[in-house]
Design a protein. Sequence first.
Length: 420
Amino acid sequence: MNALRRLFGRRRATAAGAPELEWNVSEGVITGQLVSSFGDDHGVAPDGVWRAPGRVNLMGEHTDYNDGLVLPMALPWGVTAAFTPTDDGVVEVSSAQRPEDGTVRFRPASLDADRPSVPGWAAYVAGVFWALREAGHLADGTAGARIRVDSDLPVGAALSSSAALECAVLLAAAETFELGALAADRPAMARIARRAENAYVGAPTGIMDQSASLRCKEGHALYLDCRSEGGRNVALGLDDAGLRLLIIDTRVQHRLAAGGGYAQRRAECEKAAELLGVDALRDVEDLAAALETLGGDPVLRRRVKHIVTEIHRVNAAVGLLRAGQPGELGALFTASHLSMKDDFEISCPELDLAVETACRAGARGARMTGGGFGGSAVALIAEDRVDRVRDAVADAFAAKGLTAPEFRDAVPSQGAERLR
């Protein structure tokens, strides 16, 4: 995520309390301006413009790489890519956020995941071309592209900015290189984008982020089985219920590519699964028996407890949505946050403050979202209490001398698509 932070803007605070830094994410991407800037770079108009959204996960944190269930929805903010394919074997990519970086160039045929040669934010783009080649596409070495990207998606806020970049570029490549079967297969595209992030960039993520960016539908959340990759979009019904989802960006850096706690949690889950004799923690059927088996390791006991109960919470959330009771999700949100705080230990003081304050101010429930260790919380709030909750959280952060949080209304939006 450090690389993406250089692309779309630097964060204003770190967990260690770094001084306030510049924030330069676009207020909104204007397609015509992106096309014009592409023309300035390359002298011609792009073949098309594609957009892939970020996501907020409503339930199912760290369950994806445990072959479990998740419930993300796409956001109205994302990464937009103007794209033209070429046959010169060279990719040239630039970003509206980082004009000082100029144009980054690389040859897809020369990419090697064992020796990544593309620095910074462009590694995510290179990873897509590498993963396409590894999957048997663009194998003749002549494929290239001219790309310019812009984004209005906050970076480091645990809203999947990296997946949005990968998916925007991947969808553009699949459609313009006429990879018809791939372009029509969103689950296959999600696997390629995940491999780009896992193997080339080095972030040990599951498949949820890419699946959400590619497969979500407006007004819905994606009920995704991360083992079978089967998914169904479930209507949220927030408007009819007079509810809103508010994202509270704590402005504390959230990192995946750097490894750290995220990679450690994944390793702990894999170790627990091995000790329990199951392929993945999704397969634990008797939680009490599993905890007894792991009795000598309190850390692994807590990790298993979170994953097993979180998967149950995903199913419970979907049941409430299908019953037309989205307001009842609040209690599940808060229970999920407590599990992530106490059992999976991936929260931070700022996230806990945001969740606790939002609930005290009248939110139906709230939880951290994403990989943890910073980033954002999401709160479920009645429409007439949104301002009250927002003001209470802002005041609580100010009272503790913390960097002011940012607030965004999360509207369930459409997955990746061609804009023109």
